[in-house]
Design a protein around this ligand. Structure first.
Ligand SMILES: C[S@@+](CC[C@H](N)C(=O)[O-])C[C@H]1O[C@@H](n2cnc3c(N)ncnc32)[C@H](O)[C@@H]1O
Length: 275
């Protein structure tokens, strides 16, 4: 077991203790089998919850799935996808594919939409922060997005390469994007660059979402300088901003509390390639 995995186990002892079967899955199939099982189970749990009627409601949701309690943003992504029913989604930072799987589950349930994901080609494990990653930290024998169930891959394109090169190309090729999700390099400069690049290709009232917005002020500053119709940071970490069409207005994106700062609830709106 990797050091980071031990840390996850130790900081979530309660969840691990309530799922003794996980030890067997890990013992017989490694983290690939364990994570794939947890993701499938969590998707089923999220699907069983009543659909929220607005972005405000989504922002107030408490995680229901086993993995949600481990603090990841995937449940939110599922509900956002269900609510917005996006035609085109773009994501940066796939790694094992947990967020990818939840976006794809939402698209599958909508019977509509496509996701293009960007990540570096997997090469070696780098046990460091995402701002220092030079390659996808996968273990030997794991492929980028390995937890994405086969049954959800038909709405997915995986593009392998540096986001700096690929994101502008992917956005250009895809046409107006309804949902952009950042989870690659979490430096202020990189996040700002990805948000601004995505913004130029957003569909009217498209959504920019990001994990780990509490690492720096990039999301807050992006929201202040853009025409934001609705934005929030959920759990102090996951940022969601719906970009409007008028001039920018003052926004106060909290990095501490899950409080929406504005809303526009009326809005509703696999392939693998190395480059
Ligand atoms: C935090 S992980 C993504 C986790 C994923 N969203 C999930 O839910 O499982 C960050 C990912 O960003 C990728 N990454 C780092 N630098 C990148 C770059 N310049 N371009 C594209 N992807 C990059 C890494 O390879 C890694 O897989």
């Amino acid at each position: 077991m990797q050091r980071t995995e031990w840390k996850t186990v130790l900081t979530n002892l309660g969840v691990v203790a309530r799922n003794p079967g996980w030890f067997l899955d890990y013992a017989f199939g490694g983290r690939k089998r364990l994570l794939s099982k947890i993701v499938l189970q969590s998707i089923a749990q999220v699907r069983a919850t009543p659909p929220p009627g607005s972005l405000d409601e989504i922002a107030r949701l408490r995680p229901v799935s086993t993995i949600g309690k481990l603090g990841a943003p995937q449940e939110l992504l599922y509900h956002i996808v269900r609510f917005l029913s996006p035609a085109r989604c773009v994501e940066t930072g796939v790694y094992r594919g947990i967020s990818t799987a939840f976006i794809l589950a939402g698209l599958h349930d909508n019977r509509h939409g496509h996701l293009t994901s960007i990540d570096l080609p997997s090469a070696r494990y780098l046990d460091s922060s995402t701002s220092l990653l030079h390659s996808s930290p996968l273990l030997q024998g794991e492929a980028t997005g390995f937890v994405v169930p086969d049954s959800l891959r038909y709405r997915w394109s995986l593009r392998l390469g540096d986001s700096k090169n690929l994101l502008p190309r992917v956005l250009e090729e895809s046409g107006p994007v309804d949902l952009f999700y950042h989870d690659s390099v979490h430096t202020y400069e990189f996040m700002t660059w990805e948000f601004e690049t995505a913004k130029q290709h957003l569909a009217p009232m498209g959504v920019v979402a990001s994990d780990d917005t509490n690492w720096n002020n990039a999301f807050r500053d992006f929201c202040s300088s853009s025409c934001v119709a609705w934005s929030t940071v959920i759990g102090g970490r996951i940022g969601v901003a719906q970009i409007g069409q008028e001039s920018p207005r003052d926004v106060d994106v909290s990095t501490k509390k899950p409080e929406p700062v504005g809303h526009n609830s009326s809005v509703r709106s696999s392939s693998r390639q190395v480059e």
